[in-house]
Write a protein that binds this ligand. Structure first.
Ligand SMILES: C[S@@+](CC[C@H](N)C(=O)[O-])C[C@H]1O[C@@H](n2cnc3c(N)ncnc32)[C@H](O)[C@@H]1O
Length: 266
C-alpha cells in the first residue's frame, strides 16, 4: 500500500539530485529578488555560487523564520530551525500578555526579537549586537514587519545592559562553537557565515553564558527567566553556571541534541 502511494507521487522515479535542483529552483524563483525575472547571466552566476557552496539564502537574500521571510546578508547568521524551536519554547512558557522587558543578546538578523515582539505585543523587546551591519539588517526586518524593537549596538561582553534595562527575560543564541569543532563543519557555513556569529572572539565557547550568568546573579533585580540556545557539548557546564539562583532545565532539540536551556528564578 505504502509502496503504491510512493509510486503515485509526482517525484517518483526522479533522482535525489533532480529533486534537490527543483527545490533550489523553487526557492530562487519565489524570492523577492528573482521572482519577476531571472536572466541567463544571473542563472550562470547562481550556479557558480552554488558550486562554491554559497548558501541559497545569501543568494536570494532572504530566509524563512517561523511565519516571517527575513532579509539576510553575509553580515548575519542565517536563522536556523533550532532557533525557531527556542522561540516556540518561550511562547509555551510565557503568557502572551507579558508586558515586561525582553533582551535578545546577539540579535543578528533580528529573528528572535522579531518573533518575540510578534508573540508578545505588550512587551518591550530590546536587542543588542556588536555588528553595525547586522543591526542594519535587523532594523530593516523589524520595520518590514512593522514591529517596534529597541536596538543597541554594543559589545555585550563589556556591557551592563541586563542591569541597565532591568531585563525580566533574557534570550540568547550567542556565538558558541569551539575552535576544534571547525573540522566537522560544512564549507557553506565556514566559508560564508560571519565568523563573529559562530565563534566567540576569545575562543572560549562558554564566554557568553558566563557573562549572562554573572550579570543575572549580580544584578539587584535578576531576570525571571533566561532562555538560551546551547552548544550541546557544553550543556551541563552551561547549566551549572545558573544553578545557584535558578531552576535549570535542559531541553533537547528535534534531533535529540541538548540544545536549549530554560532557567527560572528560584
Ligand atoms: C549565533 S549568532 C545569532 C544570531 C540570531 N540571534 C539568530 O539566532 O539567528 C550570534 C550573534 O552575536 C553577535 N555577537 C558576537 N559577538 C558579540 C558581542 N561581543 N556582543 C554582542 N553581540 C555579539 C554576532 O554579531 C551575531 O549576530
Amino acid at each position: 500500500m505504502e509502496f503504491l502511494e510512493f509510486k503515485n507521487h509526482p517525484n517518483w522515479g526522479i533522482s535525489h539530485e533532480e529533486n534537490e535542483l527543483k527545490a533550489i529552483w523553487r526557492e530562487i524563483t519565489k524570492s523577492k529578488k528573482f521572482r519577476n525575472s531571472v536572466s541567463e547571466e544571473q542563472i550562470r552566476k547562481i550556479i557558480t555560487e552554488l558550486n562554491f557552496h554559497k548558501p541559497i539564502q545569501y543568494i536570494t537574500e532572504e530566509a524563512v523564520f517561523g511565519p516571517f521571510i527575513l532579509n539576510v546578508t553575509p553580515s548575519v547568521l542565517i536563522p536556523r530551525p533550532e532557533t525557531e524551536e527556542l522561540c516556540f519554547i518561550i511562547h509555551q512558557r510565557i503568557n502572551g500578555d507579558f508586558n515586561g522587558n525582553f533582551i535578545d543578546i546577539g540579535t543578528g538578523s533580528g529573528a528572535i526579537a522579531i518573533y518575540l515582539k510578534w508573540k508578545f505585543p505588550t512587551a518591550t523587546v530590546n536587542a543588542i549586537d556588536i555588528s553595525p551591519s547586522a543591526l542594519q539588517v535587523a532594523k530593516r526586518n523589524a520595520v518590514q514587519q512593522q514591529l517596534f524593537i529597541s536596538f543597541f549596538q554594543e559589545d555585550y561582553l563589556h556591557s551592563n545592559i541586563i542591569e541597565e534595562i532591568q531585563a525580566d527575560i533574557v534570550v540568547s543564541n550567542p556565538p558558541y562553537i569551539a575552535e576544534f569543532e571547525k573540522a566537522n563543519m560544512d564549507a557553506n557555513v565556514l566559508e560564508y557565515e560571519p565568523q563573529s556569529a559562530l565563534f566567540p572572539e576569545n575562543k572560549n565557547p562558554l564566554t557568553f553564558y558566563q557573562k549572562i550568568a554573572t550579570d543575572a546573579l549580580k544584578t539587584k533585580t535578576p531576570p525571571r527567566f533566561i532562555f538560551l540556545e546551547l552548544n550541546p557539548l557544553l550543556a551541563e557546564e552551561t547549566a551549572s553556571l545558573f544553578e545557584s539562583k535558578y531552576k535549570v532545565e535542559i531541553i533537547p532539540d528535534l534531533q535529540m541534541k541538548k540544545r536549549f536551556l530554560v532557567a527560572e528564578l528560584l
